[in-house]
Design a protein around this ligand. Structure first.
Ligand code: AMP
Length: 281
């Protein structure tokens, strides 16, 4: 597997693949690779000849009070995981390589940012869209896989691809969980043992809400949101950032039980923010 650290080398490498008529499947990540990332790699492999992973903790998508500096990093582990799962190349650019000077241009996401993480993390999705657009330009992938763990991100990037007529297909991949239901996340390593022990309740409660909607014990929208908030408050020591039920992928309230919907939640522990969601199907 090739480890590439510069934009120039990455462009040359990908251009050659295209000249050789190889299709590229791309999995962008912030590193600290886990089995959720691996499932994305496996999905990408199904759609393309070559697999390229990027590992880049993108400062542009972190707010000033967020966990950019404490975000877990382990380059050796990323190299090992990417190699083990058959990546042709791992792109690990230093920050100065992606952002050599202050940006004069960035992507402004104008739909789907007034809810969920967009509401509580102003500018976050502009940072995500900007780095993903840059990565798409460098790598020119045929397909790129994004996890439903970050459902809002996947929906927003799909829209960006449509809006900018980008020649890449966004492939969504399901959430991978620990045996106890906790969604895998690089951030889980920052949970205290007590937080880790209670955290699976987040998914359990979302699952219970889904069942109650299916048997019409809860109506879609505010009633469900309030029920989930009550349950979370009784169960978790974390602060609840949001619980929202929306149509998916439009991310519009109010959802009806008939439409495709998502119930998404974010909770904040002392040092760790967890997000999770459940969808109708
Ligand atoms: P991250 O490194 O956390 O920025 O995530 C990189 C990609 O992996 C994103 O598309 C995420 O949605 C996806 N991802 C992260 N955790 C999971 C998970 N538990 N299951 C599936 N995909 C995931």
């Amino acid at each position: 597997m090739k480890i590439i650290r510069t934009v120039k080398e990455m462009k040359i490498y990908c251009r050659k693949l295209h000249e050789d008529k190889k299709t590229i499947g791309f999995v962008p990540t912030m590193g600290y690779l886990h089995d959720g990332h691996v499932s994305l790699m496996n999905e990408a492999r199904k759609h393309a000849d070559c697999l390229i992973i990027s590992s880049f903790v993108n400062p542009l998508q972190f707010g000033p009070d967020e966990d950019y500096s404490s975000y877990p990093r382990d380059e050796a582990k990323d190299v090992e995981t990417a190699e083990k799962h058959g990546a042709e190349a791992l792109f690990i650019p230093p920050v100065a390589e992606m952002y050599p000077s202050t940006l004069g241009t960035k992507v402004s996401v104008i739909e789907g940012t007034d809810v969920l993480c967009g509401e509580s993390r102003p500018g976050h999705f502009d940072g995500v869209a900007t780095v993903v657009l840059k990565l798409f330009e460098i790598i020119k992938p045929d397909i790129a896989v994004f996890g439903m763990k970050d459902a809002q991100q996947t929906a927003i990037l799909k829209r960006m691809v449509e809006d900018f007529n980008l020649d890449v297909e966004i492939v969504p991949a399901p959430i991978v969980r620990e045996a106890d239901g906790l969604a895998l996340s690089s951030r889980n390593v920052n949970l205290t043992p007590a937080e880790r022990a209670e955290a699976p309740a987040l998914y359990r409660i979302l699952g219970e809400a889904k069942k109650l909607i299916e048997i019409s014990e809860l109506t879609a929208g505010e009633e469900t949101e309030q029920w989930v908030i009550n349950q979370l408050q009784q169960t978790l020591s974390a602060e609840i950032d949001y619980v929202q039920m929306l149509t998916f992928p439009e991310l519009k309230p109010p959802a009806s039980a008939e439409a495709e919907w998502i119930i998404a939640a974010a909770v904040q522990y002392q040092n760790t923010r967890l997000i999770d969601n459940i969808t109708k199907s």
